[in-house]
Design a protein around this ligand. Sequence first.
Ligand code: ADP
Ligand code: MG
Length: 322
Amino acid sequence: MGEFELIRRFFRQAQAEHSATGVLLGIGDDAALLDLPADQQLAVSVDTLVSGVHFPAKANAEDVAQRALRVNLSDLAAMGAEPLWFTLALTLPEVDEDWLRDFSRGLFAAAQQYGCTLVGGDTTTGPLSITLQVMGSVVRGQALRRDGAGVGDYILVTHYLGDGAAGLAAVEDRLSLAPPHDDYLRQRFYRPEPRLAEAQHIRALASATIDISDGLAADLGHICAASDLAAQVYVEDLPLSPALLELGDIDQARRWALSGGDDYELCFTVPESHMAEVGLLIARGELRATVVGHMVTGVGVQCLLQGETFELDQTGYHHFQS
Ligand code: ADP
Ligand code: MG
């Protein structure tokens, strides 16, 4: 099968026909032509997933595709942007039709779920790697950034933390739990949920936002650096899932929540003046989020357990570090 046949079968045809927003010209020409409404700005983000680094080489293609798109969409959520389009640069060691069919199925299932349309890409030969670029729209001037946190702001996180790291351990057979919890954690790793709806709820309320890919301590550290402030995190308040608690090792669960990574939850700061509104959203069940700390003056992220410093040995995953 040649390159063009491959693109036609697995990427052009596989995409359910729908009148995608703003796509004047999609796959098939030299470039896509896209239209953005006049009052909106474009949010763009790109991420590469390398086999054996970002996902186990044996992982099934449908899971890999789902995870790839979801992880990218999490970056749009963190900006308060709504997904519109994406491109795919795919490097394949060989043309494996079964792999491509599964990959394409996972990719378009996620694309349809989150309303994001594939508008182009590139296909090359080499070690398996997947690069997705997502594009979304945000109302002019209303993007959620990292640099807006103020002293005294509350620090919140969505849903649960630590499941991503526990899920990776489950996927790599380093952890085994009873079926409901084991399945839950594997799903949390392969199907992280981009918090797009949550982002829309907090868009007018949050002073700074980031998505947690490298662990709360590391990613909150980016908000601190960008906002020129420090953070205090109350370790006893970290939201942990029933599956994580089932481990029976609260210390490990907390360490995963703080520095495990792969959660793709949002961490955001809210000024005191907006906390009543955030509390109302939470009480009404429209937003699942937990207060885990406060912004203070200084530098860096300090984790406290019952008022005592809670030491972390590593904060986040860094490439190129020995
Ligand atoms: P060009 O040589 O002009 O860069 P290509 O031959 O790389 O064009 O691609 C032809 C068309 O197919 C382009 O519209 C491109 O965006 C699209 N395309 C290539 N690979 C993929 C892919 N993996 N997924 C989606 N679209 C793709
Ligand atoms: Mg090309």
